[in-house]
Design a protein around this ligand. Sequence first.
Ligand code: HAM
Length: 433
Amino acid sequence: MRDFYPDQMRTRNWLFSRWRESATRYGFEEYSSSVVEQEELFILKSGEEIVSQLFNFTDKGGRRMALRPEMTPTFARMIAAKGGALAKPLKWFSIAQCFRYERMSKGRKREHYQWNLDVVGVPEVTAEAELLAVALDALGGLGLSAKDVVVRISHRGLMGAVLEGLDIAQESWTGVFGIIDKRGKEPDETLWKLMEAQGVPESTIRALFSLLDENTFDPFYELLEQKGLPTASVEDLRTLFGYLEAYGVRDYCEFSPSIVRGLPYYTGIVFECFDREGTFRAVFGGGRYDSLLELFGAGPLPSAGLGFGDVVIQEILQEKGLLPGLSRRIDFFLVPFSQEERVQAFRTVQQLRKQGFYCDLVLNAKKLKGALREGARLRAKRVVLLLPDELKQGLLVLRDLESGQEERIPEERFLADPGRFLQDDSNSPSRRT
Ligand code: HAM
């Protein structure tokens, strides 16, 4: 599990605030839920792989419980519980702590935070377009362009129809989907052998692999038409790519038929975002799940969503030097010369804080030199010295830590507009929103 020391916490808060800002700017509302759920929720709704990675336990009441490995079943449970009372379409987001007992590797931890974005009540691919637009807006805001990351998009129905078109027996489909999902992660020879083990004939494997290398819709359309199979999946994909163009994010997106996604609840468009160099695990993944809510007795509710983890994105930003050097903010650091000046320091610091400035002060009896060192360690913008002789005349001493320059100012004048004494007045509370 992860410990977040203040430095890491600053980065985490920065990332979360970016996520929150993008989501709310796109009209998504935030929700939350407990990290502990009934184990059954995931056994019924998450895929086999996730179930094998559950952190589960029996509680004191003898109930089987689990730490959530993903947010989607919880989200579906929450929507179903309110049924018709919730106005649709609905756009919700959450930043959810998730736990998976995975083999730890680069980009994979046993605990991660996942930004979840979901749209309920929209059967058209406008939902997917909006979801991709907000996730890519956030990525752009973090400094990643279409040169750095790519979203690979496909359709669950497309691969189903292709397997049917290639006369692959229905009982092998789940196995074959699992193998297709490994494309790019495992060598083709390994996948070839796995396909053979599923009973797929050599000529069919060859035809399937050559289709998986296609990046245009035409060969798929032709195959489906030729076999008299539904072409709706290709039409959905074409429409979605048209919308993505209009949203201004088309450059980030690529049709990639081998994207099938490991989770079983997806029914339509599926997608995953990767770094272009292919060094890291998926940045985010999601798709359409039109039947999941029905399993909770909610009636048919078309839905689509995505999950965007905090681990891989931080690794990529780190590698590209895009993680900001965040430090704590201290505008004024107050230094009472001795215990005599302490009470005055408390009064002054509270007046500054009430005005909205970020302030700290010396809490331990300390020599002036040590106090200035502490101010420097905190990177305080200004140190305010409370010296006995000056205080008697109603004066404060403002010291610039870098230049060592000091200014004597009547306390009243200083407190009337402290922001004036900060070098960078963009931090004055009147300028802050
Ligand atoms: P997922 O692909 O399993 O989808 O996870 C989504 C994202 O969460 C991944 O792309 C990755 O960034 C992050 N992630 C997952 N597992 C780990 C881990 N062990 N360590 C670090 N990061 C991880 C889902 O969970 C779906 N429920 C997403 C969704 C929402 N679909 C519809 N709505």
